[in-house]
Design a protein. Structure first.
Length: 82
């Protein structure tokens, strides 16, 4: 019981160490990861070739964006301009 209380008291201290920018990056990574999972699931059931190509391109783009989040030094351009 005491170990659980200590762990619970430690959680807010660790959460406070995460900056707003890190929180935003983690949220964006989660969003991109979910979008990739959805696109991959759609690709598995897609029949039309143009639809499959579009989903493959979307997955490739999501992979690039996820990689850029993992390595912040490699800045990506605004995806809306591509």
């Amino acid at each position: 019981m005491e170990a659980q209380q200590d762990a619970a008291a430690e959680r807010p201290a660790r959460a406070a160490n995460v900056s707003t920018a890190d929180n935003a990056r983690l949220a964006e990574r989660a969003t991109l990861s979910l979008a990739r999972t959805r696109a991959l699931a759609d690709l598995q059931v897609a029949c039309a070739a143009p639809h499959r190509a579009m989903l493959q391109q979307a997955i490739a783009d999501l992979d690039k964006r996820l990689a850029a989040l993992e390595n912040p030094k490699s800045q990506i351009t605004n995806p809306k301009n591509q």
